[in-house]
Ligand binder design. Structure first.
Ligand code: DCP
Ligand code: MG
Length: 587
């Protein structure tokens, strides 16, 4: 039976498993597999920082050389060459650090996209109904991108600048042990300030990411429903609503900028430089250190500039990345009530369907279907009729577990649909939806959707059986005609025949046709009739239709009213017994 803690109804196995317990664990489990790149980054960053420290040290030595009682000018050339050489090597190491950080950032972005996409495909319809598409898109595109930025430049600068901060600790004691004082004070206050900063930053970056998600949701819905928006002349209202969201995004960013501007370490750096110089000069005046040491020490303190200036930017980037990781993880970890039941019943379907006291609701407390019981033998055609909102579409979606029954059961070939292997169940049941979705791709690709390796001959044969060959070949590019998003270039009747062609190709044992298109000209109507009749042959077929001719020749007619069965039987029986049915025919 169902396992409510599952996060996916289908899994596609990938060799790398990630740890999804917390954003940090998750990011780390993505990172750890590239430990060798991390090693490059760390070696690059350490080398870069220590070679950067060579510059003030050699300059200090040069000062000592020329200020000595007997100026040693011959030492200047070797020192200059040392500076040039060390900086050339440093450039190489810095390249390694930057390259490594960028490489890991791109690899992570790619792998996270992959993980997220697989996970989204595996989510149930219940999940997708609740989760707004625009928000999912924002998470799948921009939030994934933020994780890339978190590494490059984020982590890159954090690691790089942290090692710069270590250098004064390493080199200052060689001049005088007490020179550790200023770097120590600086570092302690720096980390306290940073801690504070990160704490106040994290809710702000969360707000930035979430405001962006909301903005995207609105944009996606307005574009998706553009016809409705225009039809109701609501452009202006839409614009003002969008502006409101855009303002919210701006405000959160301004808040982030405000926090960055107040970052204390900027002030600390100034104090450290001044205090350090004072300290060194006092030691100099007491004869504890030479002038070259003062120069070198101040130069070493200047290295603190990198962590100070990089940190606002770099830590904000890391914080944004963590907020994004949290949002992506939320999607990955959200539960779905369906599971794939890989060990379930899998066999060739005969096509017997039995509803047993089935009830269903989209939300607890609602009552969409109630006490539905009937049996269909293999090969029969069932017509489901009823007013709009009666529950016809909902009823057929229980067949392939698009939704789960809330009470009672649905049996296919005598096996509860729960106990079927989900893939096997869905491969043998084909539902042609009321709102037929076509991909922005060629007609041939759209027909072959359920059978990607179908040959051109098979595709054409299916299109012919679905009475679609005629209109397809009337297009200039025939089967290679590209359809717009959602196939806007096709009429309702044409889409339906494409969908039928899809069904012919996959040859399902149970075919469901949710056909609520009513007003179609009689020539098309005739084509569709013939296509449907051909499709129904040899398989169990559910027709949701208003067409009286189709209802008439169905083996079983189910009349739904407000979610329950008002009448059931064949045409002759119902004409005699059901007032509701007679009313349909007298309209
Ligand atoms: N419903 C819902 N959530 C959904 C789909 C539907 O709450 N995602 C509700 C709206 C209706 C009821 O369920 O009150 C039945 O909807 P159906 O789509 O099953 O109704 P029909 O298919 O019979 O209607 P139509 O002829 O308009 O397609
Ligand atoms: Mg419907």
């Amino acid at each position: 039976m169902t396992n409510p803690s599952l996060t996916s109804e289908f899994t596609i196995s990938r060799s790398h498993k990630t740890n999804r317990t917390s954003p940090a664990h998750w990011i780390w489990s993505h990172t750890a597999r590239y430990w060798w790149i991390l090693l490059i980054i760390i070696i690059g960053a350490t080398g870069n920082a220590s070679l950067a420290a060579m510059v003030p040290i050699y300059i200090g030595e040069a000062f000592d050389a020329i200020t000595a009682a007997l100026p040693q000018t011959e030492r200047l050339l070797p020192l200059t060459l040392l500076i040039i050489g060390s900086q050339l090597l440093r450039a190489l190491l810095q390249l390694g650090r930057n390259f490594g950080a960028d490489l890991i950032a791109q690899k992570l972005e790619r792998n996270i996209r992959d993980e997220l996409y697989i996970s989204l495909l595996g989510k149930s319809m219940t999940f997708h109904n609740i989760q707004p598409v625009g928000d999912t898109m924002a998470r799948a595109t921009n939030d994934v991108r933020e994780i890339n930025f978190m590494y490059s430049p984020g982590v890159n600068l954090v690691v790089g600048s942290f090692l710069f901060m270590v250098m004064p600790f390493y080199f200052a004691p060689r001049y005088h042990i007490s020179l550790l004082l200023v770097p120590t004070l600086f570092t302690i206050t720096y980390f306290i300030a940073l801690w504070e900063y990160l704490h106040s930053l994290s809710p702000v970056t969360d707000a930035v990411r979430s405001a962006f998600g909301k903005l995207n949701t609105r944009l996606a819905e307005a574009l998706d429903g553009i016809e409705t928006v225009k039809g109701a002349a609501q452009e202006e209202a839409e614009v003002s609503f969008f502006n409101k969201q855009a303002r919210r995004v701006r405000d959160t960013f301004v808040k982030q900028g405000d926090l960055e501007a107040r970052f204390v370490p900027m002030l600390l750096y100034g104090l450290a430089l001044g205090g350090g110089l004072l300290h060194a000069l006092i030691l100099y005046s007491q004869g504890e250190i030479k002038i070259g040491a003062v120069i070198a020490y101040v130069g070493l303190l200047e290295m603190l500039q990198f962590p100070t200036f990089a940190s606002t930017f770099a830590y904000t980037q890391v914080s944004l990345g963590m907020s994004s990781a949290r949002r992506i993880l939320e999607l990955l970890n959200s539960e779905t009530l369906l599971d794939q039941n890989a060990d379930g019943y899998a066999a060739n379907m005969r096509g017997e369907v039995c509803f047993r006291s089935t009830a269903f609701a989209y939300n607890p407390g609602d009552d969409v279907l109630n006490d539905i019981s009937f049996t269909v033998s293999p090969g029969q055609t069932v017509a489901i009729v009823g007013q709009t909102g009666a529950g016809k579409t909902s009823l057929v979606k229980l067949l392939n577990r698009t939704y789960e029954t809330t009470e009672g059961e649905v049996l296919v070939d005598g096996v509860n649909v729960h106990d079927w292997n989900l893939a096997s169940l869905r491969q043998q049941i084909s539902i042609i939806e009321q709102d037929i979705f076509l991909f922005s791709d060629s007609i041939a690709e759209n027909i072959a959707f359920g059978k990607p390796n179908a040959s051109q001959e098979e595709i054409i044969a299916a299109a012919k059986a679905a009475q679609a060959h005629g209109f397809i070949t009337s297009f200039e590019e025939g089967y290679e005609t590209t359809l717009g998003e959602r196939g806007v270039t096709l009429s309702g009747g044409q889409r339906q025949r494409l969908a039928l062609a899809r069904a012919f190709l996959t040859d399902p044992r149970i075919l469901v046709l949710d056909d609520s298109t009513s007003a179609i000209d009689s020539a098309t109507e005739d084509h569709i009739q013939r296509a449907i009749a051909a499709a129904a042959k040899g398989r169990t077929t559910f027709l949701i239709t208003h067409r009286l001719s189709q209802i008439r020749w169905a083996d079983l007619i189910v009349v739904l009213k407000n979610g329950h069965i008002a009448a059931i039987g064949n045409h002759d029986q119902l004409m005699k017994t059901s007032e509701a049915y007679r009313r349909i025919f007298s309209e």
